[in-house]
Design a protein around this ligand. Structure first.
Ligand code: KG4
Ligand code: ZN
Length: 340
């Protein structure tokens, strides 16, 4: 059967909508990023996020239909993120998606945002199963074993902060703007990705992660080097670009080592793993992409990352998952609620 799916995503700070069809794949992928609204506060402010979603959801969905040269009449089902995420943000997309589907007589498909990320690289690549998927964003960091479309198992996840969150928080410690990830990458490049400060690699023998521990280790290392005043909560090396470059570089190398170590554990435990897939906002990072690609290749695994527009939150990955769920006849009831 052929389907046209409208995907809607509002779980955090991006209002996104996309059209995916069986024959032509992604026809449109529209997005309003709230990053500038939250930059002032150094992180996502939930109330501001949900208010902005309310303003943007209608124009973004309209724009997705327009850019795809399609109309609601051609859509077979509305796929919308129902979990996990900020409740107020999710509620806007879910209510809009449900109302739209109900009013226009379309089917409804509730999507797990993380399933969207896990399969985001499949939009552009035919990836062999089973693959190991490392999802790293500002809200989540997890490892999955993926056996087929919709068939996946969680192997490990962060017990506290996400990897992107660690970049954001460490950048904030050094008075750098939000989001921290891209700036950390730029600074690290200047220090030639050298492991100057050798931060600890926590949880070496587990498939879980702890990035809050890493953040604290970086903070105490800064205190030890006279770069941070704990009592005054004040960074003391604002003018020392070289120091910031060294922190960023050591941090990136450390995170790459942590990721490689987890993947190695997965390869040992699941030798049939065919490929490594790296997704989420942190997968925009060129250094991490390169490190993980070389690592996977060295171990005889194929390696895939989505293009950047599908790494960060987007509607296309929600429409894509909605598409295979439609093929599997897995629709949601009208009672679909938040977090279901
Ligand atoms: O997937 P995403 O857009 O939103 C969430 O679901 O969180 O990911 C945003 C996260 C932020 O923490 C940001 O710092 C990080 O991805 N990020 C990066 C890079 N670009 C974005 N981290 C490292 N290097 C980058 N180039
Ligand atoms: Zn996400």
């Amino acid at each position: 059967m052929k389907y046209t799916i409208l995907g809607i995503e509002t779980s955090c700070d991006e209002t996104a909508a996309a059209i995916y069809t069986t024959e032509q794949g992604v026809l449109s992928n529209e997005l309003f990023s709230q990053v500038d609204l939250h930059a002032l506060y150094g992180g996502v402010v939930p109330e501001i996020a949900s208010r902005s979603h309310m303003e943007k959801i209608h124009p973004i969905v309209e724009s997705a239909l327009l850019k795809a040269h399609t109309s609601l009449d051609d859509v077979d089902a509305v796929a919308v993120t129902s979990k996990p995420g900020l409740p107020g943000s999710l509620l806007v997309g879910l209510s809009f998606g449900k109302a739209l589907a109900w009013a226009s007589g379309k089917k409804l498909i509730g999507i797990n945002h993380l399933e969207g990320h896990v399969f985001s690289a499949c939009i552009e690549h035919a990836i062999p199963f089973p693959f190991a998927c490392l999802t790293a964003s500002g809200g989540h960091t997890a490892l999955y074993r993926v056996k087929n479309f919709g068939d996946y198992e969680l192997l490990g996840q962060t017990l506290d902060d996400a990897a992107g969150e660690a970049f954001d928080k460490i950048a904030k410690l050094m008075n750098l703007p939000y989001p921290g990830g891209p700036i950390i990458e730029k600074l690290a490049q200047e220090a030639k990705f050298q492991d100057v400060f050798s931060y600890p690699r926590p949880m070496k023998h587990s498939l879980n992660f702890s990035f809050s521990g890493l953040k604290t280790a970086v903070l105490y290392d800064m205190v030890k080097r006279g770069a941070y005043d704990l009592k005054a909560k004040c960074f003391l090396k604002d003018d020392d670009l070289e120091f910031k470059q060294k922190v960023a570089s050591s941090l990136l190398v450390c995170v790459a080592d942590i990721f490689e170590n987890k993947l190695l554990m997965v390869f040992k435990e699941y030798p049939t793993t065919e490929a490594v897939v790296f997704v989420g906002g942190v997968a925009c990072n060129n250094y991490l992409r390169e490190r993980l690609k070389n690592f996977a290749t060295k171990h005889g695994k194929q390696f895939f990352v989505p293009s950047r527009q599908y790494c960060t939150d987007n509607g296309a990955m929600i429409a894509f998952v909605g598409h295979y769920k439609a093929q599997q006849n897995k629709y949601s009831p009208w009672t679909l609620d938040l977090f279901e």
